[in-house]
Ligand binder design. Structure first.
Ligand code: AHR
Length: 496
């Protein structure tokens, strides 16, 4: 099949906030224990941080990592995770039915962030706790010294404040599974007061209001409107969460889910702007898509109740998952004027691009690579390509473009990148790219992932699904022509 895209500097959607390439570590399963932290592991440092994991995180170039939950945060006493480890209590962890040993906590995570070249997006417990404990945590983390909580931090060996900039006001507070779930009005009031006190404690921080737990919630839409109406003036972002799965083995329908994602993002933008209009406000609320991924392979897995760090949510991803992850991130970039933060949920072992064996090795899941390409090469501004391509209908969607694409333009370094998913399972796509006013830009690299079966997976020592380089595509004047293999992930890089 044939397709055409047109690109011009004027087609700029907006500057890409690097935090759109964020991720997430929750005290859940083996994300922390046996994931980022494993004292005694051959690669662990003196604090138990696994260097093999840090190396792969660094290659992903993740600028921000949300912590410590997720559902976990709604029952978490942050004070349990600071100070001498031998004094820290073991607790029943009700979100996942495990035991939390609290060997790893706030300061250990902030230490890991430094080593992994990333920053912390900290979530506070607004489920079983409230504004008081939240502002104490902000004081512990961000206040220099001379007060109870800041001096407590210093007594724990952390002289300088962590200066955490970004704070989540709880997690999925409309979900019945959430400890301390709330109505929109209860949550709006709690979030407003928490955000207010947190900002008084540490001026300059930014806060994220919880949106609905997903687009499928019965609360969706009304929840955002009601809680925003209450908390609008104090908060900066509203959160979105979405996970997809190929539950019935219908690949073409699975890959079409980005149409729904697009619609979801648009609905939340509209809701934020509706409240802005009602308030005649000058302030715009942006979006923090702080949980997104494919999640379904591990559903129903059994584990021993109240055990420490059991194998939970350990999805092993296949090739079609990698294509959807690439398409989902492309969709987020198409809205980079409003989606400023996004977190691939999660980072290690738990529905994650990085997978470890406790006491053993580590490998990159299939989904690792499209994320790595976008995060490393998709910087600068996003450009909305004019797309002319064949379309298909699937069970739930009509007129689904076979081509998912976004271009990025890094003006400072005179670089461009075009990211494409060819969703067709059996046909190549000959793509003409009209580069309009990008004259002088020449293709310098063409990377793809193709030739795999949709169910191919990676494992320790056997990375079947991985990127490879191709001959650089031909360019004639400002028209570049490239063949996108059937069912493929593609990155075309250009330089002036
Ligand atoms: O990421 C796994 C879980 O999904 C998180 O704990 C929760 O916020 C969401 O439901």
């Amino acid at each position: 099949m044939k397709a055409k895209i047109t690109l011009a500097k004027e087609f700029r959607i907006g500057e890409i906030d690097k935090r759109v390439y964020g991720s997430f570590i929750e005290h859940l399963g083996r994300a922390v224990y046996g994931g980022i932290y494993e004292p005694g592991h051959p690669t662990a440092d003196e604090n138990g941080l696994r260097q093999d994991v840090i190396d792969l995180v660094k290659k992903l170039n993740v600028p921000v990592v949300r912590y410590p939950g997720g559902n976990f945060v709604s029952g978490y006493n942050w004070e349990d995770g600071v100070g001498p480890v031998e004094n820290r209590p073991k607790r029943l962890e009700l979100a996942w039915g495990t035991t939390e040993p609290n060997e790893f906590g706030t300061n250990e995570f902030l230490d890991w962030c430094k080593k992994a070249n990333t920053e912390c997006m900290m979530a506070v417990n607004l489920g079983t706790r409230g504004p008081e404990e939240a502002r104490n945590l902000v004081e512990y983390c961000n206040h220099p010294s001379g007060t109870y909580w800041s001096d407590l931090r210093r007594s724990h060996g952390v002289e300088n404040p962590h200066n955490i900039k970004l704070w989540c006001l709880g997690n999925e507070m409309d979900g019945g599974w959430q400890m301390g779930a709330k109505t929109a009005v209860e949550y709006g009031r709690t979030a407003l007061e928490a955000s207010k006190l947190m900002k008084w404690t540490s001026p300059g921080i930014e806060t994220v209001l919880c949106g609905s737990s997903s687009r499928n919630m019965s609360t969706f839409g009304k929840w955002e409107a009601e809680s925003l109406d209450i908390a609008y003036d104090s908060i900066d972002y509203v959160s979105l969460h979405q996970y997809y799965g190929n539950h019935d083995g219908d690949t073409m329908n699975f890959l079409a889910l980005t149409m729904q994602l697009e619609d979801f993002i648009y609905s939340i933008i509209c809701t934020c702007d509706y409240i802005k209009a009602r308030k005649r406000s000058k302030k715009t609320i942006n979006l923090s898509f702080d949980e997104w991924n494919v999640w379904y392979h591990s559903n129903g897995a059994k584990f021993e109740k109240w055990s420490v760090a059991p194998k939970l949510l350990e999805d092993i991803y296949n090739f079609e998952d990698a294509l959807l992850v690439g398409s989902m991130l492309i969709t987020l970039l198409r809205h980079c004027d409003r989606v400023k933060i996004a977190c691939l949920a999660q980072l290690v072992n738990v529905i994650a691009p990085i997978f470890t064996e406790t006491g053993g090795g580590v490998f990159e899941q299939t989904t690792y690579f499209p994320f790595m390409h976008l995060s490393n090469y998709g910087r600068g501004s996003a450009l909305l390509p004019l797309v002319d391509c064949p379309k298909y209908d699937s069970k739930d969607f009509t007129d689904v473009p076979y081509l998912d694409t976004i271009a990025t333009y890094d003006e400072e370094n005179d670089e461009m990148a075009i990211f494409c998913v060819n969703k067709s399972m059996d046909e190549s796509m000959v793509l003409d790219v009209n580069l309009m006013d990008f004259d002088g830009y020449k293709p310098c690299e063409f990377i793809s992932m193709d030739g795999c079966h949709k169910n191919d997976e990676n494992t320790f020592g056997d990375i079947k699904v991985k990127p490879h380089s191709n001959p650089v595509p031909a360019i004639d004047g400002t028209t570049l022509t490239v063949e996108l293999k059937p069912f493929s992930w593609n990155v075309i890089r250009l330089k002036k």
